[in-house]
Design a protein around this ligand. Structure first.
Ligand code: TXA
Ligand code: MG
Length: 317
């Protein structure tokens, strides 16, 4: 069983040592917990795919302690520079052309010519990345297709038994609680490959540009229809629940009759709702109910990312 370690300097050192020996470390960031390994080590990267049960065509994000390190691996563009100035360190991932000398394992890149790079804001995460001193490949630390982890205990539940996992660096509950916004910054206009806690409005305010959305169905290989899924059937935009159904509300309205009750934000705050989303989905999933009903969430600001995750969570192939 992987040990859960408070993210103090001593444990950050232990975790960085584990990365150097090719083991995996789960670590908290401001978005969700990541399952990290040395991105330049083929075996460590293979262990990440194995631990998650993740399809190999789905590339991983490389994490760095500084903006300079990120641009040393992905080729900077004027657009990437202005986005980095506005949002890094922070919950944004940029897809860039990779440098020819980029040492990241082709397995982490799913053999693409591009690389996804991110500089997280969480101070302990960056201290860990600085001490690791290699790009750290890290998908969300959940089994592939399941709900992402926003607490160390979520990682323990999902991956605690994995033989690859050396430890979990506990940085407390994630602030944003929803994954980073993935932006293709190779061209002149930002293309949002995955909505996240940096919103379209934030991007326009920072760059003066209106972001585009990918034209092809799946240009980010990870944008599968079914993802982030609980075990139980999930009903969206619900107004009713019932005695066997867990209710997840939003806002101050009284809930309908249900088996048990959650609320993403009684005050109707979308940022609070994003931070609570995965925690409450997990709790509802293990509540003993036979289905989950979620109230409608406004499609604005970070609400777009919340609805994106809920739709994928509800989709059944
Ligand atoms: O907030 C986050 O981004 C978290 C934390 C741990 O940093 N990580 C995360 O990783 O959500 P993951 O692997 O669950 O999602 C990465 C997304 C996937 O949709 C993947 O397809 C996309 O980024 N991606 C990675 N490399 C790409 C590339 N070269 N081109 C297009 N999309 C890419
Ligand atoms: Mg994920």
């Amino acid at each position: 069983m992987a040990k859960c370690l408070l993210a103090n300097p001593e444990h950050i050192h232990t975790a960085a040592q584990a990365i150097h020996t090719g083991q995996l470390v789960a670590f908290g960031t401001e978005t969700v917990y990541g399952l990290g390994g040395d991105a330049t080590n083929d075996k460590a990267v293979a262990a990440i795919f194995d631990a998650k049960g993740r399809p190999r065509f789905n590339p991983l994000i490389s994490h760095f302690a500084t903006v300079e390190d990120a641009f040393d691996h992905g080729r900077i563009t004027p657009l990437a520079q202005s986005l980095a100035e506005a949002f890094w360190p922070g919950p944004m991932t940029l897809v860039l052309n990779r440098h020819h000398h980029c040492p990241v394992s082709p397995l982490a890149l799913a053999d693409l010519d591009s690389i996804a790079v991110r500089v997280p804001a969480n101070a302990q995460a960056r201290a860990f990345l600085a001490e690791a001193a290699v790009p750290v490949a890290a998908p969300s630390a959940n089994r592939s297709g399941r709900i992402s982890p926003s607490r160390a205990s979520h990682v323990e539940e999902d991956l605690g038994q994995s033989p690859h996992l050396a430890c979990i660096l506990d940085t407390g509950p994630s602030d944003a609680g929803i994954e980073s916004t993935v932006i293709d910054a190779r061209g002149d206009v930002p293309v949002i490959l995955r909505p996240g806690s940096i919103t379209q409005e934030d991007i326009t305010a920072a760059t003066g540009l209106i972001p585009q959305h990918p034209t092809e169905a799946i240009i980010s290989p990870g944008q599968l229809k079914s993802h982030y899924a609980p075990e139980l059937p999930l009903l969206l935009d619900a107004e009713k629940a019932g005695p066997d159904t867990a209710w997840i509300g939003f806002g101050p309205k009284n809930p309908p009759e249900a088996a048990c009750y959650f609320n993403l934000s009684p005050g109707g705050d979308l940022i609070e709702a994003a931070a609570e989303l995965y925690h409450q989905l997990r709790a509802a999933d293990s509540s003993g109910a036979s289905a989950i009903a979620v109230a409608s969430i406004p499609h604005q600001g970070i609400g777009l990312a919340i609805n994106d995750r809920l739709q994928r969570a509800a989709h059944r192939d």
